[in-house]
Write a protein that binds this ligand. Structure first.
Ligand SMILES: Nc1nc(=O)c2c([nH]1)NC[C@@H]1CN(c3ccc(C(=O)N[C@@H](CCC(=O)O)C(=O)O)cc3)C=[N+]21
Length: 283
């Protein structure tokens, strides 16, 4: 058996087509959505992601503002960049590319952002709103994962979901999303302290691998027919190495390619947050 491909690239293209129409409608009302990015340092992976985000913006008609700072940037330098984007009328939403160099205080910088312009949904106020289940921009990767599963008719209600990895951008936030009444999944959040990872994964109807450990999830750990989503973006010899081993395709019922799965969905949902923030500002 071979798994059905959860085609993130194709699903993201549909989302972007819808966003293009909404951007046109906004422009007719005199609003041009604009995404800002703050990138500190020259990590090659981060450079690629940020460049991709600007390309996506151009594709759907969103203006973009790119702020690149050197690896040696001080806390005050990044604060100044954030203050400028907070004040800029042409920036309707922005992100601070993570991880930041170790000498910077990430939490203090995230807290300095205007929550209304937080396109990643990672500002503590917005994460707090997510915990409270009130309207907030949703973290892009978790939101993209939920939409991708819905697109392929993978049932969430009553499903046993195992999320591997407790990072704030993916694992921890995804657990919050999937346990909302509207999704109603049962979530087990596994991490490096989990005693028997294989035993948990084996019971799962849906497995989300977001640990950043290449090949962590192997075929023998996956229940036949399960949906498996690979969030891993490690690089080995310059090539993307996901968290899911290749042989999982033989047992899974649904599987994201990587690249072409979760990555393009993350980018599409970032654009969606920018458009939504611009629409919100009009109301
Ligand atoms: N504040 C912040 N927000 C983020 O959303 C964020 C971040 N920091 N730091 C890094 C991670 C990683 N990330 C990816 C986004 C798209 C692809 C993506 O589209 N990848 C392509 C392949 C691109 C390639 O070849 O490298 C794909 O999967 O098809 C991958 C990874 C967002 N992140």
């Amino acid at each position: 058996m071979s798994a059905v491909k959860l085609d993130g690239k194709a699903t993201a293209a549909k989302i972007k087509a819808d966003l293009t129409a909404r951007v046109t409608a906004l422009k007719e009302r005199g609003v041009v959505p604009g995404l800002g990015t703050v990138l500190v340092g020259d990590d090659p992976g981060s450079q690629i992601y940020v460049a991709g985000k600007h390309r996506d913006c151009a594709e759907v008609g969103i203006a973009s503002i790119r702020v690149d700072l050197p690896e040696t940037a001080t806390q005050a330098d990044v604060e100044a960049a954030i203050d400028e984007l907070n004040a800029s009328p042409s920036c309707t939403g922005y992100i601070v590319q993570l991880p930041l160099p170790k000498h910077l205080d990430t939490m203090a910088l995230l807290e300095r952002m205007d929550p209304a312009k937080d396109a990643d949904g990672l500002h503590p106020v917005n994460l707090g709103r997510l915990v409270h289940m009130v309207d907030a921009p949703l973290p892009c990767t978790p939101h993209g994962i939920v939409l991708l599963l819905q697109e392929y008719g993978v049932p969430l209600k009553g499903a046993d979901v195992v999320v591997v990895g407790r990072g704030i951008t993916v694992g921890r936030s995804l657990g919050l999303l999937l346990t909302r009444r509207t999704e109603n999944a049962t979530v087990t959040l596994c991490h490096t302290g989990t005693a028997d990872l294989a035993a948990h994964v084996r019971r799962a109807d849906i497995v989300v691998a977001a640990a950043g450990v290449p090949g962590l999830i192997t075929a023998d750990m996956v229940k036949p027919g399960a949906a498996v989503l690979d969030v891993g973006v490690s690089r080995v010899d310059g090539k993307i190495a996901g968290d899911v081993a290749a042989d999982v395709a033989e047992v899974a019922g649904f599987l994201t390619p990587n690249p072409g799965g979760v990555g393009p969905m993350t980018r599409a949902l970032l654009l969606s947050n920018v458009v939504e923030a611009a629409e919100h500002a009009l109301r």
